[in-house]
Each structure stands twice: as C-alpha cells, then as structure tokens.
Design a protein around this ligand. Structure first.
Ligand SMILES: Nc1ncnc2c1ncn2[C@@H]1O[C@H](COP(=O)(O)OP(=O)(O)OP(=O)(O)O)[C@@H](O)[C@H]1O
Length: 253
C-alpha cells in the first residue's frame, strides 16, 4: 500500500502543497488534472527523483525515502513518459535492465533474470516481441515493454507517467486494461497520470484531481467525475452521464 501524507515541493514559483492520498494493494489510482497542474512533479517526488520538503511517502508503512536505493527499487517501479530508445537492443535485454539495481557492479544478468523477464513479457501478452529490436516497436508495444521492465523487480507500487501519451485509441485501451488486469492479479498498487477523464473513469478505482499543485478531490470515479468539479478544474462546461454503470464525460456548450 502506498500512502502520501502532506507532500510539499517547490520549483521556484510553482508549488505542490499538502498532497495526501493512498493507493491500496491491487488498486488503480489516477492523477488527473490540466497541463502544468503538477501531476508529473507529484509522481517524481513520490519516487524520489525530486526531493519533497519533508518525509511523506510510505510503502506498507515504511518511510520510503529513508530506505536504501536498492530496497526502494524493489518496492516501487517507475515508468517515465514515453521516450525514444537510442540503440536497437533486443526487447528482452531492455527488460532485463530492470534488474540493474539488484546486480553488483561487475555482475551480468544470468539465466534466471532472463527467465523472469520473459515471464513479465508473457504476463503483458508481448512475449513474441522478446527478440525484436527495441527501436522497431510501436508506441503501445514500447509502453508495455517499459512496464515489463518496471515489473521485473516485482514491485508493490507501480508509478506510470502518462502511459497512454502518443498512443492510438486501441493501444490506449490495451495498455490501460493490461495495467488494470495486472493490478488485480498481482496486488500491485498502481498510480498513473492521465489526461482523459473518460479513460480515468473507465480504468481506475480512485481518481485524485489536481489543480495548481493541490488536490481538489479524491474518490471513486463516480464521486469525482462531476460537472462542477470538471468545470472548476478545467474551466470547461461538460455533461456527465452514466452509461452501463460508468460515468462518461461529454463536452457541453
Ligand atoms: N524542471 C523544472 N524546473 C522548473 N519548473 C518545472 C520543471 N518541471 C516542471 N516545472 C513546472 O512545474 C509545473 C508542474 O509541471 P508538471 O510537469 O508536474 O505538470 P503536469 O500536470 O504533469 O503537466 P502535463 O499534463 O502538461 O504533463 C509547471 O508549471 C511546470 O512548468
């Protein structure tokens, strides 16, 4: 379980303030908010790439930022916004690099590491890509490979920064449904940033709405995706409907 208690961080004029929420085992939570509202900053501060003002992140009750680097990389996996791979490494070799924090300085990954990496590719339904050059993948395949790399350590927390950025509609659904299935099957607590309230509502258990570095609302999609909250946060007029038990947001002039 991930708990964030009063996260504070500043980039000069921009401030993250009093961010508090939790993500339970097997739960999928989404940070939702406009451009520049602080979603990526919150994710990076949780993982420890940015240093919050005070200790505020707990994984299964342990003060995450006070743990040694190796232990932190075992407990939490982080997938940054999609990037362009520089070299045509094989997919399986890229996934094996997820073990790096566990290996000694001159230690190479062994057969067991490769088997475990293959198991993660299988779990995500992309085992057939194992021998392909990483540079020959589609955006959706690349995202799934990066998720597999984050999973080799079998983390308890998975942090995903815009896992659907640049993906077409089918690949967005594929990545999000795979992440959700994974959370339910393995019990990993997932926290990701998304831009689309409809996708957030469809694939999450909890939505944390962020505006100007503060949490505006936290709760189940139907409690948070509401006309007044969307209007307040995005400054647009919408109509929220319920279809087949799910909330759906429509633009409304
Ligand atoms: N390295 C940096 N140095 C200074 N300010 C930064 C830096 N990175 C981000 N910021 C600022 O912090 C604020 C929050 O940025 P952040 O990337 O967290 O927002 P976001 O909600 O993830 O945005 P988006 O949806 O556009 O990705 C913005 O005002 C941004 O300009």
């Amino acid at each position: 379980m991930l708990e964030v208690k009063g996260l504070e961080f500043s980039y000069g004029e921009f401030t993250i303030s009093g961010v508090t929420f939790s993500v339970g085992k097997g739960e999928v939570a989404v940070l939702l908010g406009p451009n520049g509202s602080g979603k990526t900053t919150i994710l990076k501060a949780i993982y420890g790439l940015l240093k919050p003002r005070a200790r505020c992140v707990y994984v299964d009750g342990a003060d995450f930022h006070s743990l040694p680097f190796r232990r932190r990389s075992q407990l939490a996996g982080y997938v940054p916004q999609s990037h362009h791979p520089p070299f045509p490494y094989r997919v399986i070799d890229v996934v094996v690099t997820g073990f790096a924090p566990r290996l000694g300085l001159f230690q190479s990954p062994g057969r067991g590491h490769y088997e475990k990496a293959l198991e993660k590719l299988r779990l995500l339904g992309i085992e057939r890509l194992a021998e392909r050059p990483y540079t020959h993948l589609s955006g959706g395949q690349l995202q799934l490979v990066l998720i597999a790399r984050a999973l080799v350590q079998e983390p308890q927390v998975l942090l995903l920064d815009e896992p659907t950025a640049h993906l077409d509609f089918k690949n967005q659904l594929r990545v999000l449904s795979t992440v959700r299935r994974l959370a339910k099957a393995s019990g990993v607590a997932v926290l990701m940033t998304l831009h689309d309230p409809n996708l957030a509502a469809a694939y999450s258990d909890k939505i944390i709405v962020v505006k100007d570095g503060r949490v505006v609302a936290v709760g189940a999609p139907r409690d948070v995706i509401k006309d007044d909250i969307i209007r307040e946060v995005y400054g647009v007029s919408v109509k929220v409907l319920e279809v087949d038990g799910r909330v759906v947001v429509l633009p409304h002039d």
